[in-house]
Design a protein around this ligand. Sequence first.
Ligand SMILES: [Zn+2]
Length: 511
Amino acid sequence: MNTLIKLFFVIIILPKVMFAQTSKKNYEYNIDLLHMSNDEVRVSFSPPKNNLKQGKFVIPKLVPGFYQAMNFGQYVSDFTAIDKNGKKIMTERLDKNSWMVYDLSRVKKISYQVADGWDSLEKESNEARSAGSMFIKDSVFVINYNSLVGYFEEMKDIPYQITITKNKDFYASSALDYKQKNKITDMVWAKDYRELVDSPVLYSVPDTTWLKIGHTKVLVSFYNKKERNYSKTIAHEIENILKNQQAYLGGTLPVNKYAFLIYYESSNENGFLGDGLEHSHSTVCLYRSGSMKFLPNALNRVASHEFFHVVTPLNIHSGEIQHYDFLNPVMSKHLWLYEGMTEYATIHMPIKQKMISLEDFEKSLEEKIRGMKAFDNTLSFTEISKKSMERQDQYMNFYLKGALLGLCLDIRLRELSNGKIGTQDLMQMLMKKYGAGKYFNDDDLFDEITKMTFPEIRTFFRDYIEGTQPIPLKEYLEKAGFNYDEATGKVTSLPNPDAKQMVLRKAWINQ
Ligand SMILES: [Zn+2]
């Protein structure tokens, strides 16, 4: 009997004690999507156990992937802190995105209202909506946690436990695993704030399709007010792209799970609007157009680029990215890598995998060259990367000249290695050396890559990425058997390439 009672206690008491201990170290959040008022969501949380006299609570000013202040704190109102007896504790709003909470060790609960950043894609807006949140009661919620959840500067790198109250037929589409507690309650955990913000969620009646690409589980989730059965059509397109990306990346995709969260709005206008933001294990795509016909094609392009971000920055990034400061972020020098190399892979993969013709590839190069000419190409790429917040006017060039610099680097590497090594191999080597948990020092990357490859590559970086020498497109394309006419902007295959050019071209684009 004695043993039985002991056993009983061990089983019943122990989990409770363990839960109490771990929960004290978490941020425990409650978000209510079911009982909304004035188009606002009620959010509350208990801070982690602490001995602090006061603490600075932060809602992000901006998030990774964007380079302009978005001030997510502007959507927060009615910020209140109470102690365990329900008595108010003093708080003070410091600016748009931060609050001082006094007597923090006594605070039992903090609550506030959150308004959404957008309701529809209809109105013109300079704000990137893919980083914000939208709520339509009983219909759909696009949630980026940076607009709902915050952190204390004194208590960073702490896990989050989020409890969400939602409509009973709603499903949480996300890269994180949501556990259903009951029909109207979900729970989700994130190891820290960075991971939570990196994992948006689409809440709605599900229109979802799962794919399996190698060992990677891919969720395609679609929302449109009228069309409730379209994820399968889109998943079919995405599957083709991902299989080619898998081959391009050497046979395996470097993530176990990935989610495409697609919100689509019908309109009566011509043309279309697209807005997307990539994350480590998911991407949010927002579209608005008069017809759904364009969607598969538009998604093809966006999905391919966004998915290639699983290589960089997810698996290759600097300390500035790993320890991102949501209030005053320090920018990295290496946007040529994060966006330039990602976009280069997006245009290189289709020709390497024989998905498009040589003419189509030449056209895609001409498009990049034409686009690049609208920007100031006499600036140092590492400098405008470091100052990307001030140099918004040059930012798009990372997708244009940045991709073409990737092309030149690829040709140079293949030339120096007799065709054995290109940027595909370089990215694999960098992923092996660094990976998701290990960052590089911003100042050391060029030297590290040089050590892994050839001394001549240091000169390439010095001249064209750090320096301001014009991109050597004509010279490099000729090495691989192409003519680039600088006057007309045309790229064409040389009619009689020599053996050396043929070998390099084969190694570079498999043609
Ligand atoms: Zn990108």
